[in-house]
Design a protein. Structure first.
Length: 369
């Protein structure tokens, strides 16, 4: 039965919930701020699931008890009360199941991050720059309504107003998870203020929403390093050839570009002191891996940005702002609002909610119980 499958999934999370609740009180974990923040977020998410589980079990028990009374109790009043209880809980059961399914969808760890947003005027010249200005004001007002902090990091003003391009950072709660749907080409259809003959123009601006990058770090598992020592050769007096001061390390490194494991071999005979040579060999290993992995990290960010900021072509659109008809339409989900002015004044939550629901529906298909 489906409810049994749900309970089985929830039972499997009980142990993890208990484990995390213990870990977040561990002084060593608290001292490691990065790990502590991740675990407290996981604890909150699991807590929401455990709360839903408690309500779900209570609902299933109420249904079972009501059915037992209806089948076995001789008292007519008790049966009537049981029928009401049964109807109420049978209506509640699918709602809690849906809530649990949503809670069990794997969360994108980047959703909680702050963002860097970029708006670029695309096709349409001065009118596109004015529209880029409209979009920035829209996001600024929306962020203010959420009590998020907005700080402009770079700006290139348009010739008659607006922006050729503007970059800004947004910080707050679950910013990327909310604003990520805004990435893409936004198209506007209206009669520009500079248009003397009343002709409608179509212009575009691109929006990119990038999650704040984690601080780049090199992680080396020193337990995987194989060390050899050998006698150094060359100048350096009597001690050089008698003591095994030279060190050689072998480290299995997983290449982030190919996924294949490569062995890194580093030798160090720079000093007569073996511990110092070990230290220098480790430093060279760290530098080697940093150079290789950091480039991949930079390339990933660049390609992500490139994929979000398209050419600004009017055909590659995610959303159209049609002024004559006073509507905004999101072409990904076919959602339309007829409150264009309210939308441009930052009232975009309804659109974001609809996009979130659509994405969650897709995730539910992928994670069906």
């Amino acid at each position: 039965m489906q409810d049994n499958q749900i309970l089985q999934k929830l039972d499997g999370l009980d142990a993890r919930y208990q484990e995390v609740s213990t870990l977040i009180t561990d002084p060593e974990v608290i001292a490691d701020q990065s790990r502590y923040v991740k675990l407290t977020k996981e604890y909150k998410d699991l807590g929401d699931i455990m709360d839903a589980k408690k309500r779900y079990v209570a609902c299933l028990n109420a249904i079972k008890e009501a059915k037992d009374i209806i089948a076995n109790d001789a008292d007519a009043d008790m049966k009537d009360m049981a029928r009401e209880e049964l109807a109420e809980n049978e209506a509640l059961q699918p709602k809690i199941e849906e809530e649990i399914k949503m809670l069990l969808i794997p969360k994108d760890p980047e959703d909680a991050k702050n963002v860097q947003m970029e708006i670029r005027a695309g096709a349409g010249g001065d009118e596109a720059a004015l529209f880029a200005g409209n979009l920035f004001n829209m996001y600024k007002k929306y962020c203010e309504s959420k009590h998020w902090n907005v700080s402009v990091t770079s700006v290139s003003p348009g010739a008659v107003g607006g922006y050729k391009e503007i970059d800004f950072a947004v910080s707050g709660d679950n910013v990327y998870g909310t604003l990520k749907y805004e990435s893409g080409v936004h198209r506007v259809q209206r009669v520009p203020a500079t248009e003397t003959q009343g002709r409608m123009h179509t212009s575009a601006a691109t929006v990119a929403v990038l999650p704040e990058a984690d601080k780049f770090e090199v992680n080396i598992n020193e337990g995987d390093i194989k060390w050899d020592t050998f006698r150094s050769s060359g100048a350096g007096g009597q001690n050089v050839n008698k003591v095994e001061s030279g060190v050689r390390l072998r480290y299995p490194w997983k290449n982030p570009n190919t996924g294949e494991v490569e062995e890194i071999l580093i030798e160090c005979t720079e000093t007569r002191d073996q511990p110092k040579n070990k230290e220098r060999a480790l430093s060279r290993l760290r530098t080697f891996i940093y150079d290789r992995e950091h480039q991949k990290y930079i390339d990933d960010i660049a390609s992500r940005r490139k994929s979000l900021v398209s050419t600004g072509d009017r055909s590659a659109k995610i959303r159209t702002y049609n002024f004559p008809q006073g509507r905004v339409t999101d072409h990904r989900i076919g959602y339309t609002t007829h409150d264009l002015q309210g939308f441009l004044n930052g009232d975009i939550q309804g659109m974001i909610d609809a996009l979130t629901v659509a994405e969650n529906a897709e995730k539910l298909k992928e994670n069906e119980l």
